[in-house]
Design a protein around this ligand. Structure first.
Ligand SMILES: Cc1ncc(COP(=O)(O)O)c(C=O)c1O
Length: 369
């Protein structure tokens, strides 16, 4: 009999949100709106589609192993050394590779809870221990995270904005934290939602790297504002030696040709990024206004989703919305204390209107019971 490493038995698998087709099949509904996975509601950029079409005839060849042209463009756009930039099959892969390069049995990684669910999974897959530090008032609590750091700690994962709450910590908070945390600890700043942020207090992790904080890592993604979640492209800025290690640990062709060309074309189309940021953020403001008008408590968000509290259990709200063809994320899956929260991804204006209509009819039904 094969024997897997014993610690793998304890790792809880990632559970994705329900897919549109699955819900259609199960409930026999024609129209489904998915506002559950913090994806973009818009199709890929026209420039990305064009680049994909152009690259199709080359698919008999392996992709560029080092995603060279995409890394070159990232190096230029962000004014950062190309040999410290690594491209992966989504941020997911970069998080997993970083864990694999820095952690092993006996080590610890510290992270907020709730946060992006791949942090504990990636940590535990190496045999290391995930030390989860509760949020305070739906915010990442850097003071408590610092207290949880010890000589066994090798990584601190910090999503900013945080998923699922959408809150941020500020430049001052980060500077305070980086000054205090021992420099043998890698600080992975996951900025998956960075393009949606409007707060002037938001810390751009790259500025900190450029200022000489040698233990900082910054990751970003093409899955959110760039509308390429299905192609799996993420990128990260790493300390030089760690970038070299990641390049040994990753698969030689980890990012496919279509993913590379689509990401490059999208990166070169910042006008489209700005357009979409404006559309999503205007809708975000409108949804927050509408939710507050209905008396729901909304956590201040800087991302493309909103975490709000209703008087009902989140599973009830989730199921009731599902029956009306709207998929959201119920808060109870994020742990104790979040049973009344819903995480709602901002959709198109039409999607959001359909959500509000479904929500209103649920409130109406509840008031009649
Ligand atoms: C904080 C955070 N990081 C990373 C990701 C995953 O990004 P990618 O699609 O690049 O793997 C997500 C996805 O929801 C996220 O919320």
């Amino acid at each position: 009999m094969v024997r897997i490493k014993s610690y793998l038995r304890e790792v809880k698998p990632y559970v994705p949100g329900k897919a549109i087709d699955e819900v259609k099949r199960e409930l026999g509904l024609e129209e489904i709106i998915k506002l559950a996975s913090n994806e973009s509601p818009f199709p890929p950029f026209p420039s990305a589609v064009e680049a994909i079409e152009k690259a199709i005839p080359t698919l008999n060849e392996y992709p560029l192993s080092d995603s060279y042209y995409l890394r070159e463009a990232l190096a230029e756009k962000f004014d950062f050394p190309i040999d410290q930039i690594v491209v992966g099959a989504g941020t997911d892969e970069l998080i997993g590779l970083t864990a694999r390069c820095l952690l092993g049995p006996g080590d610890e990684a510290v992270m907020p809870a709730p946060a992006f669910i791949m942090y504990p999974i990636a940590t535990e897959l190496t045999g290391a221990t995930a030390v989860q530090v509760s949020l305070r008032d739906n915010r990442v609590d850097l003071k408590e995270i610092l207290k949880a750091v010890n000589e066994r700690t090798k990584i601190v994962f910090l999503d900013n904005p945080n998923n699922p709450t959408g809150t941020i910590f500020t430049k001052r908070d980060l500077e305070w934290f980086l000054e205090k945390v021992p420099n043998h600890v890698a600080i992975l700043l996951d900025q998956a939602y960075y393009e949606f942020v409007t707060s002037p207090d938001f810390p751009d992790g790259l500025d900190f790297m450029k200022r000489g904080y040698e233990n900082v890592i910054v990751t970003r993604t093409f899955s959110k504002i760039y509308s390429l979640a299905g192609l799996r492209v993420g990128y990260g800025f790493f300390p030089r030696e760690l970038a070299e290690a990641l390049n040994k640990a990753r698969g030689p062709f980890n990012v496919g040709t279509l993913s590379q060309v689509a990401a490059l074309a999208s990166l070169n189309d910042q006008e489209e990024v700005f357009k979409r940021k404006t559309l999503i953020n205007n809708e975000r403001d409108r949804i927050v206004f509408e939710l507050k008008k209905r008396g729901f408590n909304c956590t201040p968000t800087q991302a493309n989703f909103v975490f709000f509290e209703t008087p009902f259990h989140s599973e009830e709200v989730y199921q009731a919305l599902l029956k009306k063809g709207v998929i959201v994320r119920p808060g109870h899956i994020f742990g104790p204390g979040y049973e009344k929260y819903i995480r709602l991804t901002i959709g198109t204006r039409e999607d959001n209107d359909a959500f509000l209509k479904a929500l209103d009819s649920i409130i109406e039904e509840a008031s009649q019971q």
